[in-house]
Ligand binder design. Structure first.
Ligand code: PLP
Length: 230
């Protein structure tokens, strides 16, 4: 199957899941997670109408930016972001999905301020409380959002999460429900119910995520094929 065929297939599945949940398919943004796929693959996905591409390694993204791999589609940063790499990301991407600590918010604010821009972000929530994962713990999300709101060069569009990889389907659904509840609570309390983006769901679970209220899914393997780590 080609990338274009895969995208069509994923779109159809998203549409079916959305309708099941009484939602319009157009509410869901499809982000292609293009890590380890080259510039040609990115261009193919853009030509096939992907809504955005997401990268999770700064070095790879920088190299592909130089090849104009993302021309014609918004670029998101979706991976773990180290403080010392913030300068290479702020202003280069339309959305940083993985703002997951107060230190990172501070660094993003500083860098965006110097560039005199407002950087759109999502607050990442570490819903599985995993030691090795970044993101705000659920109970720290609201105060993280309050901190972000005080920063003039940051705009919060919503929340992103990656549930534990080893969760079974039932546990995964519970994580999605919890994150949706946090998202709604945060939107109500701090954003006049105006928050738009709930980013959750990957190749293995994006239909469940859509049924659980996701407005953005990040799909890699189901679009680009399996990645070969060398
Ligand atoms: C790679 C990646 C995805 C997509 O994973 P697949 O299982 O290949 O769909 C989604 N989100 C993030 C943050 C990723 O790094």
């Amino acid at each position: 199957m080609s990338i274009a065929e895969n995208i069509a297939q994923v779109r159809a599945s998203i549409a079916a899941a959305a309708r099941e949940a009484g939602r319009a398919p157009s509410e869901i943004t499809l982000v292609g997670a293009s890590k380890m796929n080259d510039a040609a693959a990115c261009r193919e996905a853009i030509a096939a109408g992907i809504d955005a591409l997401g990268e999770n390694r700064v070095q790879e993204m920088t190299a592909k930016l130089e090849e104009n791999a993302y021309d014609g589609a918004p670029l998101h940063f979706i991976g773990h972001l180290q403080r010392n790499k913030v300068k290479q990301v702020v202003g280069k991407v339309s959305l940083i999905q993985s703002a997951g600590s107060l230190e990172l918010l501070e660094e993003i604010e500083k860098t965006a301020g110097k560039l005199d821009i407002v950087q759109d972000i999502l607050l990442e929530v570490n819903i599985g409380r995993e030691e090795a994962k970044s993101g705000f713990l659920p109970e720290a999300l609201l105060s993280g959002a309050e901190t972000a709101l005080e920063k003039p060069h940051i705009r919060v569009l919503g929340v992103m999460t990656i549930p534990p990889a080893d969760a079974d389907r039932e546990a995964n659904l519970q994580y999605f429900d919890k994150v949706r509840a946090l998202f709604i609570d945060m939107s109500e309390k701090l954003f006049h119910n105006k928050l738009q983006v709930l980013s959750m769901g990957m190749s293995g679970d994006y239909e469940d995520a859509v049924r659980a209220g996701a407005t953005m899914v990040r799909v890699g393997t189901a679009i680009f094929g399996s990645r070969h780590y060398t």
